[in-house]
Design a protein around this ligand. Structure first.
Ligand code: FES
Length: 195
């Protein structure tokens, strides 16, 4: 009889195994329950969106600074209370654009702020950043393998190998300060991550 069948048949062996597993469970469960560091957390409701680079880098994005139908700008979420910029994971990076609200489909308009829309900037195919906008076609373009997404239609895939849409991020306007704020976490997982 081999070791496996010994354990299977032996009541003592089975009890010992169960006791061992129980002893290990609290540590494993505690590890699983630990929240990620604030820097690594995906955008949270109430976060500001601050420019990644260029003029005004690190500053919150104002609605009025977004030009209608211009290429995307990139932003990091930032916890307003602690000042933590959530740049610990590139999957947290967000792209922002603005359109005439009348050109947005119903779902997109629901999550937009006066025509401004936000999506995870990471391609769901192989996690390249979605860096290009084809203004003539009105689609976002990922240069790695040519996936395309419609920013007026909730990030729908319009071409290429991407297996699913670009992940929408609902936003709203802070009317007092004129800045854009996260209204709800991502509507789906980002890139190839589990969240
Ligand atoms: S990573 Fe974007 S199309 Fe492949």
């Amino acid at each position: 009889m081999n070791e496996a069948s010994d354990l299977k048949c032996s009541g003592v062996g089975r009890r010992a195994l169960l006791a061992g597993a129980a002893a290990l469970m609290p540590a494993g469960a505690a590890l699983a329950q630990q929240p990620p560091a604030p820097k690594n957390m995906r955008p949270q409701e109430g976060d500001l969106l601050v420019r990644v680079s260029g003029e005004g880098a690190g500053e919150p994005v104002k609605l009025d600074s977004l030009v209608i139908n211009a290429p995307q700008i990139l932003a990091w979420p930032k916890d307003k209370a602690s000042g933590t910029v959530r740049d610990g994971s590139r999957l947290n990076q967000v792209l922002l654009m603005r359109f005439d609200p009348a050109t947005l489909d119903e779902e997109t308009r629901e999550h937009a702020a006066d025509g401004a829309v936000a999506y995870g900037a990471t391609c769901p195919h192989a996690q390249c950043p979605v860096t290009e906008y084809r203004k003539d076609l009105g689609v976002l373009h990922c240069p790695c393998h040519n996936s395309e997404f419609d920013p007026r239609a909730a990030g729908k895939v319009t071409g290429g190998p991407a297996p699913r849409r670009l992940t929408p991020l609902p936003i709203r306007l802070d009317a007092g300060e004129g800045v854009l704020i996260v209204a709800h976490p991502f509507l789906g997982k980002v890139g190839l991550s589990a969240t």
